[in-house]
Design a protein around this ligand. Structure first.
Ligand code: PMV
Length: 316
């Protein structure tokens, strides 16, 4: 039996503007993960996919267009494995459609498991590229930040560019403690992304100004992260949230969780990911964490996750 896993992710800043070539920063969420296990299947069974949590099972032969079947075929082609008979089981503790990267994590775990099975140690860059192709089938025009942070499994600075994105590991100068509050409202990323694109097409000058302002905040956040300046980081997260609200991707549920977190002592709070639902996060410390967590629960958060982000030097 072979097993591989991949983490969820949280976009710290820069979402939406990142689609238009501006930078964003994301961190892996090691405590919520997707896992894929492979066991040999019956001879000539091909690939059989099993998701016990969803009580579904499907075969690559019967559903060749399923994005995970297409991804598995791409990995097999890249690694020249030839036909495989495998039973592929998925499990995940990452809430789905919440902006925590569950799709990218499942895909990354699948690529890692198949590569291990075939005896290959694929570099993060290749894993990320394979998953990106699969994400395009789900989402149309993803920026690529989800697959990048999930495959590299460390805080990253990400910027779309031709021919390849700019991906840089970033320094974290002081430990961060984040509380993630889930609105419980499921929203597919492509919906707010599509609305922003229509608004940008209708009024490019205003939207370019918003995106430029987001980019300036993201640059300042990189500095605040590196120096461990938590008060500045809190203010900058709030500034990013104000811009996301102007861009039109916040929601009453997100605003409510953000407001109660700030009122309960968080240094900063903002939505994360596509918006219109999904999650927000708050920057807390050990002192403020209990009150902020309680406030989020009382305000109706469907779940509250705590995630530390540990200091990192950039050595690579
Ligand atoms: O909803 P998520 O976590 O997949 O994040 C979407 C982030 C966007 O910037 C809105 C879209 C993208 O492709 O980067």
């Amino acid at each position: 039996m072979i097993s591989a896993s991949a983490p969820g992710k949280l976009i710290l800043c820069g979402e939406h503007a990142v689609v238009y070539g501006h930078p964003a920063i994301a961190v892996p969420l090691a405590q919520v993960r997707a896992t894929v296990t492979l066991i040999p299947g019956a001879p000539a069974s091909g690939l059989v996919f099993v998701a016990p949590d969803l009580a579904i099972e499907w075969s690559a032969a019967a559903a060749p267009d399923h994005p995970l079947c297409q991804l598995a075929r791409a990995v097999q082609a890249e690694l020249a494995t030839g036909p495989l008979d495998l039973r592929i089981t998925f499990s995940s503790t990452i809430p789905v459609a919440s902006g925590l990267g569950s799709g990218a994590a499942v895909a990354t775990a699948l690529v890692r498991a198949l590569a291990t099975y075939a005896g290959h140690d694929l570099p993060a860059e290749r894993v990320s590229a394979l998953v990106y192709s699969s994400e395009q089938l789900f989402h149309g025009t993803p920026s690529g930040i989800d697959n990048t942070v999930t495959a590299y499994e460390r805080p990253v600075w990400f910027q779309r560019a031709d021919p390849a994105p700019l991906i840089e590991p970033i320094s974290i100068g002081a430990p961060l403690l984040l509380l993630i509050g889930d609105t419980g409202v499921r929203c597919e990323t492509r919906l707010p992304v599509g609305a922003v694109r229509r608004n940008w097409q209708a009024d490019p000058a205003t939207y370019e100004r918003h995106f430029g302002a987001v980019a300036a905040v993201v640059h300042e956040i990189r500095t605040a992260l590196a120096t461990g300046d938590l008060p500045a980081l809190g203010r900058l997260l709030n500034a990013n949230q104000a811009l996301l609200a102007q861009i039109g991707v916040s929601s009453p549920e997100l605003e409510r969780l953000i407001a109660v977190a700030l009122a309960a002592g968080a240094r900063g709070a903002k939505l994360s990911g596509g918006g219109w639902g999904g999650v927000m996060f708050a920057l807390v410390d050990e002192m403020t964490r209990p009150a902020v967590a309680q406030a989020l629960h009382h305000a109706g958060a469907a779940r509250v996750l705590t995630t530390p982000v540990l200091p990192q030097d950039v050595v690579d």
